[in-house]
Write a protein that binds this ligand. Structure first.
Ligand code: FAD
Length: 406
């Protein structure tokens, strides 16, 4: 696996000139400030986020003020020009301590990027600067949309074209980073359109709008501080000014947003795996004589981590330069490795730490619970394996057909 990740990193390292032009010292300065903020504001809250389901709202707002979301937004709307690599690095820093917060940063920056990638310039000008600064907190309800486009489940929302907008009905069971004054993006089919990816409308939803309500119904073994709520639409009219992509544009829109949406989730895996390697090394200071008999050693997992990090940054630069770069299969394989190695690293850290790791406030057992989120959040391991098999099968069939025709 490590060799495959290293080759992914090498194959995309020569990315074309980037549209985002931020400099490395600018990134270092930004990340330095963010690390300090995480140490001061997030570190003391981690156990409350985990055990009391405390939503780290103040930290999320402060992170925006410190430029933590600015990689997802173009400079003319308050971005920093550092692109998706910066987004991943910020998530990584938070996820080293707290996966809930790492995921909330993904929600915020993924939604910002969906707006950034839309053709709706008025919406961009109105929302992106406030999202980048953390004044407005936002989510993404695209799991069902993505799974339905990949024919894994049925669409849970439907829209009907009406004068000046779309009438939306249905329920999305779990959307995170929400609250009464928040917004989120989602996408669903429009009645009367032909089926398929090009028949969808993508919208930004105001959680206070008529016909919409948030319902608190699910509680989780980890990530419970992420304000994950059910979203009920009952004849909710979403006006055209809140549309990110109309039918007829949506297939291209999905191709623009999806690879970056999936890749940036690597920030969660990289941060969590690094924390697990740290716990294993710490435990080895006193227990190396016995830990050496465990299957997964710190050095092996660390080597995979370094390759995965290099591959993530290289792919991030490629997608910042061109959101439709031909890297989809590389992204899916890397994200699959991210899910698999998160669980493996957390399991290894737990075995290294032993009974100390089994205490209710120990990070080891928390990281284990959190790691399964990376494995099951859309796209889950099973979803990724299915998509990889589908794409590789189609590529193999095309190669065979080309050889037969030659
Ligand atoms: C803590 C947490 C936070 C999440 N935050 C978000 C978010 O911000 N945005 C977002 O779009 N999704 C979110 N999800 C949903 C997540 O991405 C997956 O869609 C969900 O975990 C189901 O995936 P699955 O592979 O288990 O589904 P499957 O194995 O395909 O389905 C398993 C079963 O669960 C049901 N199911 C499938 N999807 C959902 C769903 N979304 N909610 C409830 N039941 C479902 C299915 O009908 C089926 O019965 C979150 C999930 C969790 C656990």
């Amino acid at each position: 696996m490590s060799a495959a990740l290293a080759s992914t990193a090498a194959s995309v390292r020569e990315a074309p000139a980037r549209e985002f032009t931020g400099q490395p010292d600018q990134a270092d300065a930004s990340l330095g400030g963010i690390r300090k903020l995480i140490g001061e504001m997030l570190a003391p809250k981690v156990i409350d986020v985990d055990l009391k389901a405390e939503y780290p709202q103040e930290f999320l707002r402060a992170l925006g003020a410190a430029g933590g979301y600015a990689g997802a937004v173009a400079p003319e709307f308050g971005g920093n020009g550092l692109g998706l690599k910066h987004v991943i690095q910020v998530m990584e820093e938070a996820s080293k301590l707290c996966l809930s917060t790492g995921f909330l940063i993904w929600c915020q920056t993924a939604c910002a990027r969906y707006i950034q990638m839309s053709g709706n310039t008025a919406l961009q000008a109105e929302f992106l600067p406030r999202i980048a600064r953390g004044e407005l907190l936002v989510g993404t309800g695209l799991s069902n949309t993505v799974k339905s486009c990949d024919t894994i489940e049925d669409f849970r929302l439907s829209a009907k074209r009406v004068d000046g907008g779309y009438l939306v009905n249905g329920v999305l069971p779990w959307v995170s980073n929400l609250g009464p004054a928040h917004y989120f993006a989602t996408g669903c089919p429009v009645e009367g359109q032909a089926r398929g990816d090009d028949a969808l409308v993508f919208i930004l939803v105001d959680c206070q709008q008529p016909g919409f309500k948030l319902v608190d119904c699910a509680h989780f073994v980890a990530l419970d501080g992420t304000r994950t709520l059910a979203c009920h639409f009952r004849d909710a009219i979403v006006p055209d000014c809140m549309v990110l992509s109309h039918p007829g544009q949506s297939a291209t829109y999905i191709r623009r947003i999806k690879p970056g949406m999936i890749l940036t989730q690597m920030g969660m895996g990289l941060g969590l795996i690094e924390a697990c390697v740290g716990m294993m090394k710490q435990s080895n200071k006193s227990h190396a004589h016995v830990n050496q008999f465990l299957d997964d050693q710190a050095g092996d997992i660390d080597a995979v981590l370094q390759d995965a990090r290099a591959a993530s940054y290289a792919l991030a630069d490629a997608l910042s330069a061109n959101p439709q770069a031909e890297v989809v299969l590389d992204v899916l394989k890397l994200r699959l490795a991210g899910g698999e190695y998160s669980v493996k690293a957390a399991h290894a850290a737990m075995l290294h730490m032993g009974a100390k790791g089994y205490l209710q406030k120990s990070p080891a057992q928390r990281r284990l619970r959190e790691s399964y989120f990376i494995a099951i959040v859309t796209p889950a391991i099973k979803h990724l394996r299915r998509e990889i098999a589908r794409i590789e099968g189609a590529n193999a069939a095309a190669n065979t057909a080309a050889k037969e025709a030659a």
